[in-house]
Ligand binder design. Structure first.
Ligand SMILES: CC(=O)N[C@H]1[C@@H](OP(=O)(O)OP(=O)(O)OC[C@H]2O[C@@H](n3ccc(=O)[nH]c3=O)[C@H](O)[C@@H]2O)O[C@H](CO)[C@@H](O)[C@@H]1O
Ligand SMILES: C=C(OP(=O)(O)O)C(=O)O
Length: 416
């Protein structure tokens, strides 16, 4: 296990290249289960979660090589359709193999992912949708046992626009009989990226990116060559880093088209932002408080909440941050307070009273975006901060320490 040691209060300079999106790459890799031919997928970030997904597929009989962010993968004939607890427990996104397995192989045994630090995170909507398409599903000893002769297209109304739920249903519907319509579908750009990949392989999907997605089942999906979209959350995190450390940074290869909520809020917080195609130049002017409410896309992403909370600890006033997606996504608050922040929690709101300075302290990462918020606070803080348990961060940020070192940050990765 590693830790970060960060000496803060240093202005950063230069430019950083954004990696491929974790939350787009994971479903696309799971979708290769549907393909009867090999796929080449470019711009895949080299992350712990990606390696967990690849290990999961390898255990089922899939073959791959992964070098220089390019994945060559052949899942055309799997020997097993079981996703074991040992790997699923490391990453909730493992649930994304359920839809592809049951539609292509007519059976699947997938460990229930369970909750995690940010909330209970049930998968009832994934299961109900597959049942509506004709799958028989039982839960036995912590595993989802699913079987079906051939899934049948149907109308699915989601109670809430679940992202991985929408992706699972979309993947299952590609090889089903007839037409599936998903109402109240997730509109996240990563859902669109998955639909684009599937369509390139021969699927018939329309409406991805809107709240109604139509999928007409086809007999077979081929392989394809595809480039994963850049990571909007990584780009947003670097924007928070720039503003919190009063730095001017150039963020290259950012998916600006889907970052409106993040860009608007950081401008409101006093940053100056210039955009040229997919390059963002961000500089600090003043630290203003802002109110934030997380929502499904195109609302403000819950995956940026912790990073904004860290940045707003330094604002000249009080910010109210309301979390509406996950019930327990404020674990970074206690750690930020240990660094001198003044944040209190009231129900699903964090009340952030701005302070003049943060101070280095030993802190512990509790989940992926909480880890990023501690890095932001540490870079802005006086003295040295030690962040323990950064394996959470390694799930979703490619070489964050190395990218920060290039920008002039004093950050070291050491064994814990
Ligand atoms: C791998 C991936 O893409 N992860 C993202 C995905 O997670 P994930 O797809 O797990 O999140 P969901 O969109 O499913 O969750 C949204 C809300 O719906 C609830 N819910 C979800 C499914 C279900 O069957 N029943 C149910 O009640 C959840 O508890 C949560 O309150 O979207 C989240 C919300 O943008 C992001 O924070 C995660 O980074
Ligand atoms: C919550 C996240 O990921 P996951 O859904 O994989 O836990 C995230 O990326 O912030």
């Amino acid at each position: 296990m590693d830790k970060f040691v960060i000496e803060g209060s240093k202005t950063l300079h230069g430019s950083v290249e954004i990696s491929g999106s974790k939350n787009a790459a994971l479903p696309i890799i799971a979708a290769t289960i549907l393909c009867s031919k090999p796929c080449s997928i470019r711009n895949v970030p080299d992350l712990a979660d990606i390696n967990t997904m690849l290990k999961l597929l390898e255990n089922m009989g899939c073959q791959y090589s992964f070098e220089n962010n390019t994945l060559h993968i052949d899942c055309s004939s799997l020997k097993s359709t079981k996703a074991e607890y040992e790997l699923v427990r490391k990453m909730r996104a493992s649930i994304l193999v359920l839809g592809p397995l049951v539609t292509k192989y007519n059976k699947a045994i997938v460990s229930l992912p369970g909750g995690c630090a940010i909330g209970v995170r049930p998968v009832n909507l994934h299961i109900e949708a597959l049942k509506a398409m004709g799958a028989k599903i039982n839960i036995e000893q912590g595993y989802i046992h699913a079987s079906a002769k051939k899934l049948k297209g149907t109308d699915i109304y989601l109670d809430t626009p679940t992202v991985t739920g929408t992706e699972n249903i979309m993947m299952a519907a590609t090889l089903s009989d007839g037409k599936t319509t998903i109402y109240n579908a997730a509109k996240e750009p990563e859902v669109v990226d998955l639909a684009n990949f599937l369509n390139k392989c021969g699927a018939k999907i329309t409406g991805a990116g809107s709240s109604t997605i139509e999928i007409t089942g086809v007999e077979n999906l081929d392989g394809c060559d595809y480039e994963v979209m850049p990571d909007r959350i990584e780009a947003g995190t670097f924007m928070c880093i720039a503003h919190a450390t009063k730095s001017t940074l150039t963020i290259k290869n950012a998916p600006v088209y889907c970052m409106h909520a993040i860009i608007d809020k950081i401008k409101e917080a006093g940053a100056q932002v210039q955009i040229n195609d997919n390059t963002i130049v961000i500089s600090h002017s003043k630290f203003l408080p802002v109110n934030i409410k997380t929502f499904a896309y195109p609302g403000f992403p819950t995956d940026m909440q912790a990073q904004f909370t860290a940045m707003l600890t330094l604002a000249s006033g009080t910010s109210i941050i309301e979390e509406t997606i996950f019930e327990n996504r404020f674990q970074h608050v206690a750690e930020l307070n240990r660094m001198g922040a003044n944040i209190s929690i009231s129900g699903n709101k964090a009340i952030v009273v701005g302070v003049k300075k943060l101070y280095g302290a030993p802190v512990m990462a509790t989940d992926l975006r909480a880890s990023a918020s501690l890095v932001i606070a540490a870079l802005a803080a006086e003295n040295t901060t030690e962040i323990l348990r950064i394996y959470h961060l390694d799930r979703g940020y490619e070489h964050l320490d190395k990218k920060l070192q290039v920008l002039g940050a004093r950050i070291k990765r050491l064994p814990q």
